[in-house]
Design a protein around this ligand. Sequence first.
Ligand code: GLC
Length: 562
Amino acid sequence: MTQAESTATAALPELAAPRPWWRDAVVYQVYVRSFADANGDGVGDLAGVRANLPYLALLGIDALWFNPWYPSPMADTGYDIADYRAIDPAFGTLEEAEQLIAEARALGMRTIVDIVPNHVSNEHPWFRDALASAPGSPERARFWFREGRGENGELPPNDWQSIFGGSAWTRTEDGGEWYLHLFAPEQPDLNWEHEEVWTEHEDVLRFWFDRGAAGVRIDSAALLVKDASLAEPGDGDHPFEDRDELHDIYRRWRAIANGYTEPRVLVGEIWLPDPVRLARYLRQDELHTAFNFDFLACPWDAQRMRTSIQSALDVHEPVDAPSTWVLSNHDVTRPVTRYGREDTSFAFKAKRENTPTDLARGRRRARAAALLAMALPGSMYVYQGEELGLPEVEDIPPDRKQDPMWRRSGGVDPGRDGCRTPMPWTGEQPPFGFSPDGAARSWLDQPADWAPLTVAAQQGDPGSMLSLYREGLRLRRSVPWSGDAITWLPTDDDVLAFARGDRFVCLVNFGPEPVVVPDGAEVLIASNDLEGGALQQDTTVWLRLTDHDRNWATDRSRKEGR
Ligand code: GLC
């Protein structure tokens, strides 16, 4: 650069780049099967979503993430995809999906589609071809086919366990080779050492980006690459989790996403215990964001929450990626039920059914958790029904359960059907407006006592969960939060308080001692009514500090006369 050029550059006024939408977006997860059934077959569909777009717009969200809507035999309710470029007939057509994407966008909501790169359906043409081809054929090379151990190959090639329970290997029906499936046998794993697997997925990304999708949610994003030696998990690198080669895949995806005038967004589903490892996927040339499952799984406890929040912020800061705040999704126990238990921690593979829960307490905590999540810097996910405070349905009879996790674990794992029950919209009895009158029985039954939880019952009630979500999300958009940093304020151990900028404070009381709102603070919203100006247990408030120079003083410091 010459002297003249550098002077010219320096003289330009500093134009701040507009903040990318995804950095603090609120993303609503639509589980299409259970959202709204327009054609009366008992299964939700795209027409049902389109009819209810105004409901979503009113909720105040920025984007919709759709669970897989592609043609699928539904062995894992759509996470077994037979065709990545079409829509399952039970949900609608590709044309309807395109219309939906455009209509949502016209209402201010972007669309994120779910991409499943780790495995395909056993009815995907590639896998059918593989089964029809001989061992060692190019068709089989796209998957992980191996000979079995034992004299006649009657034992699986190694002892890897499926995440859904049982061996991760299934032998072909002719008693020949075995193939790998980290999930159900109907979900054979792809071999990401194969160039065609790369190019095919890159093409699928372009297919949806070209149709207006603003981004993709990447299923099982840390599992794609396997150690070809099939080593057992040990002290070194895990043979199929979080392997370094994954980063090359996502760098190529990022380049594709960046190639659009409005760059597309990559969101990773990455369950890793180490947040430092998670953040490696969020380096500037890789994914944009990843679900923060540590926050989701964190017990309802002030200090544990504080540690989880701070560690998320700490690991995201160096890679300049926003954290996400997630309380629920289609794989985990609903927060109202989880937080009502004695032990409020959560583990994906240790779900507990019919552990005593106090739903009133759980609801109160879920409300407080929602306002906490909304106040944090970064983007937030809301799973359909969370805004209605739906509890987990824990009494689904065995013959009505659908989830392969339940079957494959021999009934040990309750499965995930309990958080996938159809949305209640209106009326006094099932299907609560989910399906039109005279429709077929819904694919999962709703509890008969959900009338008070319907959208219609909640929307006129200022004390409802729905009103809390609407008002909280409205305020979140209007509060001028400054920056991505939070400042923790001194409090009792059972209380969390943090400021964003010098005017806004979020205060959460986890403990039994009431906490008095400090002088000079205006309450913007509270998850439960304050009593005598104090927050009772399990309550969150957002405060605006009206006196600029005041020092933060909690109830305790006041009580102690400081
Ligand atoms: C992800 C999905 C889950 C699915 C699994 C296999 O974890 O969220 O629902 O069963 O991947 O695709």
